[in-house]
Design a protein around this ligand. Sequence first.
Ligand SMILES: [Mg+2]
Length: 423
Amino acid sequence: MSMNRRKFLAGGLAGGLGGGALLTNAYGQSDRVGSRYARLDEVLARPVFKQELFKDPVIIESVELLKKDRSFLCRVRSTDGAEGISVAHNTISLLYPIFVNRLQRFFVGQDARRMDRLLEKALEFALNFRLGGLGIGIPLATVEFALLDMLGRIAGKPVGQLLGEVHNTHIPVYQATEWREKPVEESVALIKGAVERSGAPAVKIKVGALMFMTKDLDARGPAGRTEAIIPLIRETFGPDMALYADANGYYRDPKEAIRVGKLLQKYDYRYFEEPVYFDWLDGTKEVTDALSIPIAGGEQQHSMYSFRWLLANDGLDVVQPDHYYFGGLIRSIKAARMGEVLGKKCIPHLSGGFGYIYMLHLVSLMPNAGDHIEFKGYEDLPIECKTSSLRLKDGKIKVPTGPGIGVDIDPDWVKKYTRVENV
Ligand SMILES: [Mg+2]
């Protein structure tokens, strides 16, 4: 990664924000950081959902969670008979009591046109913010996606047109890979196979040794894997392949992360994701300050203020909200917009499954989308999309342009689901 690219990412639109002497104000902030907070607060105050597209109220009559085995859908209906459906993240199999006890009754009877405020208030209601993180984020996102689908169908517009200006019609992706527990040669063969199958023009590998798949307290993974795989992946894919790397917050010492980051720089990787634990904000900044490779992060962040701090203080170069974990598209767009106003890229995290279809709409809205967006594979639900193959072609996936999410789930399939009742 060249310094030029880093400077583009970090400087960009913010280049004119008084890069001179950093005076400290009464709150201990530099004036430059203070003015950046002011710009971010303007972004946060700007509406996302275009309420003006709807003349009449859209009163939510029902919010249902539907279940078939370990698959969950959300169906919403308005009092006028409009309907929207979303597909829940599979982690809702752990979280459905939060959905049915804390969110269903909040949304019923509300006017869906006030989407921005509804999402804020849903976190305040019953002190739901105490369930911060994906505990409330996934159930909230599940409702939001279904409501946006319904509102888009009412307006005859794709979700993107309800939430801003569409900047991207085809989304370029990178193939996400795992296998950090495997020996280097085996990892490389698996990564190569995944890239060949998808045809993605870019790939992300795992570095560090976060052994989340084992209970072994002392598991460290294959010794020296990170140091060996970084150059080997470059050699395998050649000098022109776009490479990314993710530590999933493994490093407990920023100096260790910086050492690995320098290796990534040497082999021209494009970013280094979550070098240290996600909520170690100043540790993340320490790594960012020490390296020229852009530092990416945000998939675990559930606090808008954490993003705000990281961005205002140049603790992150690439902002990565996860639209399921973070509580929906509208909140994710706010994080992306905060990045945009400071000249930083957004490459949202993708947690798999049907989420890639919501990702397409989310990224369609971003003037500051990164060169490649995360892609993990397809969803095998019986769906029909008249406006996109939803498949990777020439390195990109076309954003659906039909009303709502632009994807119809086979109604006969939906009939196989049963309603989840209060628990
Ligand atoms: Mg990650």
